[in-house]
Design a protein around this ligand. Sequence first.
Ligand SMILES: C[S@@+](CC[C@H](N)C(=O)[O-])C[C@H]1O[C@@H](n2cnc3c(N)ncnc32)[C@H](O)[C@@H]1O
Length: 188
Amino acid sequence: MINIDLADCTSLIEFYKRITQGQISAHGTDYCRVHQAIEYALQPGDKRYVELGVNQGATLAAAMTIQGGLRSCHAYDINLENFEPHRHLFERRADKNNLLFEVKERSSHDRGIVRECDVLYIDTVHKWTHVSVELQNWSGSVAETIIIHDTNSRQDIRQGIDSWVKRAPWHVKEHNTQSVGYTILERT
Ligand SMILES: C[S@@+](CC[C@H](N)C(=O)[O-])C[C@H]1O[C@@H](n2cnc3c(N)ncnc32)[C@H](O)[C@@H]1O
């Protein structure tokens, strides 16, 4: 994944447009398809969103600029150095929309961050051994949808999910196979 110079952005909308263009130039159009999955899961708005794996904040910006807005937004990354230069754009948008907003430097395996939410997006370490702990810790607290990135490029994650849903109250709504792919899980 590339990092894009966005230091001169003056709004979250501009940040989102430019980071998406940069990621599409570097990785191809389908790399950002997961943004549409996140936006769809968050409709019609007023949902509680949690993200694990922020990096610069592309998917976080996708979630925070949807039609209808969010009720709350909590996001965690083990290293926020790529996010901090742009934090003010997210905080300004959150203030303007009266949105409960928190981005903290934490491990996605820290059980202390687990909270009730409607939609969980997982994009941290692309290995089933890592994702399986995130699902185990979080799945009981997610009311509607879990989206996991990179499930096409990492077949161990896809296979792990297929086994996991057999013994969990969740089903696979979609295994997207464009670019690195993603999986959408919904409650059964
Ligand atoms: C692929 S990037 C996330 C991309 C981001 N969602 C976007 O739209 O650009 C993966 C991120 O996961 C973070 N990460 C790696 N291990 C982690 C862990 N154990 N807990 C939380 N975040 C972690 C990395 O620091 C990195 O920023």
